[in-house]
Design a binder for this molecule. Sequence first.
Ligand code: GAR
Length: 210
Amino acid sequence: MKNIVILISGRGSNMEAIVDTCASEQWPARIAAVISNKASAGGLQFAASRGIPTAVVDHKAFDTREAFDAELARVIDGYQPDLVVLAGFMRILTEGFVRHFEGRMLNIHPSLLPAFPGLHTHQRAIEAGCKLAGATVHFVTPDLDHGPIVAQAAVPVLANDTETSLSARVLKQEHVIYPRAVRWFVEDALTLDQNRVMHKQGTTQLLIGD
Ligand code: GAR
């Protein structure tokens, strides 16, 4: 049984998708805790309603990034995680924190990385005239929104798309690929060679959505 700790900063819809899929597919894993840097994060209520332990480590209570990350790591380690899942966790992490969880920390980013790291990915994709957008699940490295790619979902960018309509189309696919990628990790189905993550059975790591 693997322990998964999920970090959120807000709504937590990706966390919900992972919690629900873990239960419905009966993964050999349990969500050991959901932790937020904001007490107001909506996802905390959902987690509590499912009987999942929750915790808040408020970044505003710390003078430095290092101090916040040290406390966050201490709280996470208390749940003995095999995997840390960043699900809309909107904090830049220090190298020390990332190294501590290296190889056992995943993130989802709403773009087809390495395109559009950072914020406002959908607006930037529309403004760049992209015809394809999407989301990426990747192992976390000290480089923000970079790291070995576990899965990607691609969706079309339509002529009349707005940031709202495109983000909704991408989010729907995030809720498919993130649980899938977490399950692969839980099942030890992934290999990492240099920067390339492969599924041991050759299962496709690309989802084309609509
Ligand atoms: C998701 O779209 C996720 O990809 C994005 O934040 C949203 C969180 O939604 N993450 C990032 O931008 C990280 N760089 P959620 O709280 O409903 O899962």
